[in-house]
Design a protein around this ligand. Sequence first.
Ligand SMILES: Nc1nc2c(c(=O)[nH]1)N=C([C@H](O)[C@H](O)COP(=O)(O)OP(=O)(O)OP(=O)(O)O)CN2
Ligand SMILES: [Zn+2]
Length: 121
Amino acid sequence: MYEQSYSFGFEAAHELADNVGPGHDYAHVHGHSFRVTVTLRADAPGPQGWIEDFAVVRAACDEVRGVLDHRFLNRVEGLERPTLEVIARWIFDRLSPSLPALAGVEVSRPSLCEVVRYWAS
Ligand SMILES: Nc1nc2c(c(=O)[nH]1)N=C([C@H](O)[C@H](O)COP(=O)(O)OP(=O)(O)OP(=O)(O)O)CN2
Ligand SMILES: [Zn+2]
């Protein structure tokens, strides 16, 4: 089994007012630095000797980063409730058409030691 990973970061704001009571810290608009790691998996490399060209992975991730970086996530379609869990699944669904070997997406806030992983079952 082979795995290939690529990471990128983005900065964004959000609020989670629907998850908590009024006045709770999460209900106020606030920002985080997010770190994303996407993992591709294959039993064996393809005929070119790789799972996927890193340039292809980077280009797909750049497109996603462009939608998320310096944005208010609640206003991004599909991210109306922007928890790490929802963000991980949103990124997976956005990348999987162009990265067929995509196995999972990890989204973390390194400064808070908080990590969520979504894996295709
Ligand atoms: N399972 C999850 N739990 C929480 C999520 C999440 O996405 N998945 N998100 C949050 C909020 O985004 C919250 O803002 C996270 O911050 P928190 O852990 O409370 O840390 P602080 O904001 O207190 O850290 P600072 O040092 O003040 O930035 C909560 N839970
Ligand atoms: Zn938050």
